[in-house]
Design a protein around this ligand. Structure first.
Ligand SMILES: [Zn+2]
Length: 116
């Protein structure tokens, strides 16, 4: 199933080809502040529809994940990284930025990112 997603102002928009079922609520030092609900997809499933110049990128800790945020409204719709087990490029989507997803229908898994 295809989903459309975006930041609040729409300057960062994307299409996602995949099912959103279980999502992750992470308690690491960044996620606890940002408050997204995250789902991972192969990079091929993710298509950015807007210019890369409209988002900023934040890296911390080991700096392996590029956390993108809109330079206009500040919302962080997605991150990019590599699956450490397979080397496969991954897109990590904040499903709160997918307006067609019923957030109350998702099963939320708590991830203890603070301990990684
Ligand atoms: Zn925006």
């Amino acid at each position: 199933m295809a989903h459309r997603g975006s930041c609040h102002c729409g300057k960062v928009a994307f299409e996602l080809d995949g099912e959103v079922g279980e999502v992750i609520d992470c308690n690491c030092s960044m996620c606890r502040r940002r408050g997204g609900l995250l789902a991972f997809f192969p990079a091929e499933a993710f298509t950015l529809l807007t210019p890369e110049s409209d988002y900023g990128t934040y890296r911390f800790n080991a700096e392996r994940i590029a956390h993108h945020f809109c330079l206009t409204c500040g919302i962080a719709p997605f991150s990019e990284g590599v699956n450490p087990k397979t080397g496969e490029k991954m897109a990590c989507v904040n499903v709160r930025c997918l307006p067609d997803v019923d957030l109350s229908s998702l099963s939320v898994r708590q991830v203890d990112g603070a301990s990684f």
